[in-house]
Design a protein around this ligand. Structure first.
Ligand code: ZN
Length: 233
């Protein structure tokens, strides 16, 4: 089985469409979304619609939760807050009901999917280093825990002696961000797991970043949100 795992789309339709094209090209059998479909970008309703149709599994991100839950908004910076109120006005009741119905975690086929971290995903903790990821190893029993949230891709073995990816080892894997990468590379990031070949690949996909940035400015969203797309930060 080939699994495409995407995260942190952040209403970037140009990026999402290109990534979905690539998952088809790579003949992915299933699509998993790790949340943060919305927030920051110019096309929240279109991105929700596309994922409602296409994602086989989707878990809740903190930006998705902020639409219907007030405590999540406390951690938002002014740009995220401005984007949130604009985003809320774009979503239909059906879109909001869909987001409200998303689970914090999904476990299937020895894989765990969460937005933030395997221990208490509703607390939205960040996993930034291999050492942190290893400490989380005891909070899940599946072979791999897939995460997003930091927008920085990484493959973190639970066993400190392991290098690279092997199908017999346990990992926390951050698939990176489709719509707002923050590792200095503007290209969309997502993960491709092949359970038959025993391989994992972090793919980077070029998209029309100029159009995505222009639309953010045209919608009157904070200009910083347009600038950071091109810088990958
Ligand atoms: Zn995010």
């Amino acid at each position: 089985m080939r699994l495409a795992i995407i995260s942190d789309i952040h209403a970037n339709l140009e990026a999402l469409e290109r990534v979905l094209e690539d998952t088809e090209l790579m003949q992915a059998d299933r699509l998993v979304c790790l949340g943060d479909i919305i927030g920051y970008g110019s096309d929240p309703a279109a991105c929700v619609a596309l994922l409602r149709e296409r994602a086989d599994i989707c878990v809740l991100g903190n930006h998705d939760a902020a639409v219907f839950s007030v405590p999540e908004r406390a951690f938002f910076n002014p740009n995220a807050r401005a984007a949130l109120s604009w985003t809320m006005a774009q979503l239909s009741e059906g879109d909001i009901a869909y987001l409200q119905g998303l689970p914090y975690r999904v476990s299937t086929d020895n894989l765990l999917f969460v937005h933030s971290a395997p221990r208490a995903p509703e607390q939205w903790d960040y996993v930034f280093s291999g050492m942190e990821a290893r400490l989380y190893g005891r909070y899940f029993h599946e072979r791999i825990c897939f995460i997003g949230h930091s927008h920085v891709p990484g493959i973190y073995p639970i066993d400190p002696g392991v290098r690279g990816y092997s199908h017999s080892q346990r990992y926390v894997i951050n698939v990176g961000s489709v719509g707002q990468p923050r590792d200095g590379n503007w290209r969309s990031s997502y993960g491709l797991l092949d359970t038959v070949a025993g391989s994992y690949e972090n793919r980077r996909i070029e998209y029309d970043v100029e159009t995505a940035a222009r639309k953010i400015r045209e919608r009157g969203l904070p200009t910083r949100l347009a600038e950071r797309l091109k810088l990958g930060e």
